[in-house]
Every structure is written in C-alpha cells, then in structure tokens.
Design a protein around this ligand. Structure first.
Ligand code: ATP
Ligand code: MG
Length: 330
C-alpha cells in the first residue's frame, strides 16, 4: 500500500453464528497487541438474506486487497463464501495446527500436529453434476503444479520451524491417478530439497493418530482429507474451540478458526474464543510481527491452563470472561 508508515489493514468478516461472538473477541486482542487498521465486511447467510448475495463483491475485493483477513464462519452458504474468499487471498495451503494444552482435558495430551491442507483443488473444487434424477457425479482435479507448490511450502515450513520432516497422507493405492500424482509430486519436491518425507495411507493415519499421535508431526494432505483429519485431531486435543487455521497465499492470508458456526451454542455468549484468537496470532505473524504472535499465544495458553474456561472445556465462563482473561494477561 502507498504509505509505508500506515498500519497494516486487516479485513474483518464475522459471518454467521458464533463468528459474530468470537471474531470481535479476537479483534480486541489484536487491538491490544498492535497498531492495525480494521475494515469490516459482511458475508454469510444473514448477508444472503439481506442482499441476495452470500459474498458481496465489496467483501471479496476487500479480502483481495487487505494485508490480511480475519474470518469467523458461514452457515449454509459456507461453500459460496469461504471457497471464493480463499481464492481472493490467493491461498494454496491451509495450515492447521492441532496441539494439546497444559490444563485442558485432552484424549491425547501428547498430540502436537500441524496439518498442511491443499487448498485449491481435490474434491473441494466442486465440479459436481447431476447426470440424471438419481445419479450424481463429482470430478476431482489434482494438478502437478498445485501439488508441487504445496510440497515447496511443506519443505520451507519444516525447515523454518525445525521439524524433522513431514508425512504425506494419501490414498494412492485406490486413487492411483489423483492421489498418486499428489503423493509423488510432494515427495519429489522433498527429495529435491533434501527434506525427509514419508507417507501414510489416510485411513491408517486416522487409526494410528488416535492410538499414538506422537509418531506424527507435520502432515501434508489433499483438501478433503485435511478437513476431516484435522477435525479428528480436534477431538484428540479437547475440541474444535481450540484449533486455529491460516489460509496462506503468496501475498496475503485469511485466518479463521477450524470450527464452523456452532448453531447449537450461537447467540448464547459461551463460545470458546481460543481458536479465533490463536488464528489472530497466526495473522500477526504473517504480517511479520512474531513478537505479538508469541504474546497472544502465551496469553491464551495461560488462560487455558489456569481458567476461566468456557463450557466446551468443562467450565462455566462466557466468551466475554475468557476474552477479558486473555486481555488481562496481555
Ligand atoms: P457448521 O456447519 O457451521 O460447521 P456445525 O454444526 O458443524 O456447523 P461446528 O461449528 O463445526 O458446528 O461445531 C461442531 C460442534 O463443536 C458443535 O457442537 C459446537 O457447539 C462445538 N464447537 C465448535 N466451535 C466451538 C467453540 N468455539 N466453542 C465451543 N464449542 C464449539
Ligand atoms: Mg462443522
């Protein structure tokens, strides 16, 4: 942007359901750690009802031009909102860390995983057809270029963060063409760069990660597998309220909790804001402010370990109380 001294612009899209509760909490946290210019925009089911469009052009354009976007969740219209928004920021990978926190009851407290989910193609690209009244089809596209870009990112990610290497989850024994191309391209990139990489069948991964998550670290997945397996990992660490994500592009990113609109608790003021606040930590890191990211993370970790806690983590606190506790620690 023109003025080098101007604060970074952050697009803020609350969306629907608990997005309207957890995104404002994360914005308060961002205000506490840095100087940012916020620009709010609408998207989701309520926007569709009001304007006839789930994702107005102004919202798309804002995400495409802002330095970073913080997004909550969209309900029924999710596919019409989040898929184009990921494209607006040019995202090719969705980074989803799933780790257990001290003090939080977790099925597998030793879990410390990062999913690198392909973000542009696979079955999520949505080439669906209804051939006849009772036959539907889906065309799945996998390209060498997208697989290679993900492989490059995975190699850089593990090198920058000191991981030993990564694991590619796939089902190339059945989907020989598509998952075969995906697996082979990612592995070739690792070999070219001298990064250790191994592979696992995604169904076997689902079992093995539940029994012994410590054998895995960074897991590179096709689009749908990354979605499903990261939700599974949320179950190992204490729930969806804890998992942040970053949709990373070359120039900018979009940051959102892994969870959705949580209609069962929406409007009650008890949603766990941790996932979205941790997404905000990833956002400031993408702007180069690693220090602010570390401060946010440590404040959230402190609150998770000493409380207060929202009901999903066995407590009775509200979103407001948890947010205030994070702000107090900051
Ligand atoms: P959507 O279609 O928007 O994804 P969903 O019904 O799948 O809606 P999710 O948001 O994915 O709902 O949540 C699944 C479950 O996890 C729900 O029971 C929800 O209450 C719980 N949950 C998700 N996020 C949170 C959160 N931030 N705090 C507390 N509970 C949460
Ligand atoms: Mg869901």
């Amino acid at each position: 942007r023109g003025d080098a001294d101007a604060p970074p612009e952050i697009a803020v899209i609350e969306g629907d359901g608990i997005g309207r509760e957890v995104v404002p909490a994360a914005v308060e946290v961002l205000e506490a750690v840095g100087d940012y210019a916020f620009a709010e925009a609408e998207a989701g089911d309520a926007t569709l009802d009001e304007t006839g469009e789930a994702l107005p052009a102004e919202t798309y354009d804002l995400a495409a031009s802002a330095d970073a976007t913080l997004f909550g969740a969209a309900g029924e219209s999710a596919a019409d909102v989040i898929l184009p928004l990921r494209e607006a920021v040019g995202s090719f990978v969705n980074v989803r860390p799933a780790r257990a926190y001290l003090g939080v009851d977790a099925l597998r407290p030793e879990t410390d995983l990062v999913f690198l989910r392909e973000n542009t193609e696979g079955v999520y690209a949505g080439h669906e057809d209804r051939l006849t009244d009772n036959v539907s089809t889906l065309t799945r596209v996998v390209t060498e270029s997208a697989s290679r870009r993900l492989g490059e990112f995975a190699c850089e990610y593990v090198a920058e963060r000191g991981h030993d290497g990564f694991t590619v989850a796939h089902k190339a024994n059945v989907m020989r063409e598509t998952d075969g191309l995906f697996r082979d391209t990612v592995l070739a990139e690792a070999e070219r760069r001298g990064v250790d990489a191994d592979t696992v069948l995604m169904d076997a991964f689902a079992t093995r990660v539940c029994l012994d998550p410590e054998q895995f670290g960074v897991v590179v997945c096709p689009n749908l597998a990354g979605d499903v397996l990261s939700d599974l990992a949320a179950g190992l660490v204490g729930g969806l309220g804890l998992l942040p994500s970053a949709n990373v592009g070359e120039e900018r990113g979009l940051f959102e909790p892994v969870h959705g609109t949580a209609p069962d608790i929406a409007g009650k003021g008890v949603a766990n804001p941790s996932a979205t606040i941790l997404s905000a930590a990833m956002l400031v890191e993408s702007l180069g402010d690693d220090d602010a990211g570390a401060r946010i993370r440590s404040a959230v970790e402190g609150v998770l370990s000493d409380g207060p806690r929202t009901p999903d983590l066995g407590g009775e606190a509200t979103t407001r109380e948890v947010t205030d506790a994070v702000l107090a620690r900051l």
